[in-house]
Design a protein around this ligand. Structure first.
Ligand SMILES: Cc1cc2nc3c(=O)[nH]c(=O)nc-3n(C[C@H](O)[C@H](O)[C@H](O)COP(=O)(O)OP(=O)(O)OC[C@H]3O[C@@H](n4cnc5c(N)ncnc54)[C@H](O)[C@@H]3O)c2cc1C
Length: 207
């Protein structure tokens, strides 16, 4: 916050008062490093100010774009899980027949496809709204929340349909499931997106 309102600044590594602490022992998004950044009485020059990034709107626009990307990425993770489990249940034989011939397995596969198709349609519709510049933050929240929740549920169910084999690194669903635990937390937690959608519906802010 500055005298001109909210502004964005670049802070170079090595600036006095800036610290970066790597967070170790993660069970999710292990392929990328995550750090806690702290800024204590940091002094920077006016030249570090980012142009045209005034007000909260600039930050929120950045979040909306990231959340839009996540809405699609979640569909990709869910598709990968389904693809794995479709192949697995075809080749896995139990009591003389392929696993994919059992009614409950087919019902679970169908339910996952229902969730995925809904998520893909929401992401596609949001893309169309963005193309014409009319997409709102609340619509983006709905897409991020719905699609990550759908992908997480699909990944969990696919992991289960792989039986014990599903907990190994031989199959991707559990890896996707664990990574999606981060995705449902960052870029706005599930609860916060629910509250954003709730505010849009009621006109009342509960947070
Ligand atoms: C791997 C990883 C990478 C990340 N990368 C980044 C990054 O690049 N940049 C960045 O800025 N952040 C990043 N984050 C941080 C992430 O955005 C936050 O962890 C997230 O916003 C939740 O904040 P918090 O952890 O402080 O939880 P808290 O805010 O403490 O929330 C804890 C719980 O309480 C709930 N809660 C909080 N407030 C309310 C309320 N008013 N009403 C109801 N429920 C509420 C939350 O939904 C959550 O379930 C990353 C996180 C992870 C795991």
């Amino acid at each position: 916050m500055t005298d001109d309102g909210i502004n964005a600044f670049l802070v170079e590594k090595g600036t006095l008062g800036f610290e970066s602490r790597v967070i170790k022992n993660k069970l999710s998004l292990r392929a990328s490093s995550t750090a806690e950044l702290t800024l204590t009485d940091v002094t920077i020059s006016d030249g570090a100010r980012l142009p045209n990034a005034n007000g909260l709107k600039a930050a929120l626009r950045c979040l909306d774009d990231a959340r839009f990307g996540i809405a699609w990425g979640a569909c990709g993770a869910a598709r990968a899980c389904l693809d794995t489990v479709l192949r697995y249940t075809q080749s896995r034989e139990l009591f003389g027949r392929p696993l994919n011939q059992t009614q409950l397995v087919q019902a679970r596969l169908a339910d996952s496809v229902r969730k995925l198709a809904g998520a893909q349609l929401i992401a596609w519709r949001l893309a169309k709204l963005k193309e014409t510049g009319v997409a709102t933050s609340a619509q983006t929240s709905l897409a991020k929340w719905n699609n990550v929740r759908a992908a997480l549920d699909i990944a969990r169910d696919c992991r289960d349909m792989l039986g014990a084999a599903g907990i190994t690194l031989d199959h991707s669903p559990m890896r996707h499931m664990l990574n999606l635990e981060t995705v449902i937390t960052y870029e706005g937690t599930e609860s916060i997106h629910e509250l954003i959608v709730g505010r849009e519906l009621t006109g009342q802010s509960a947070f």
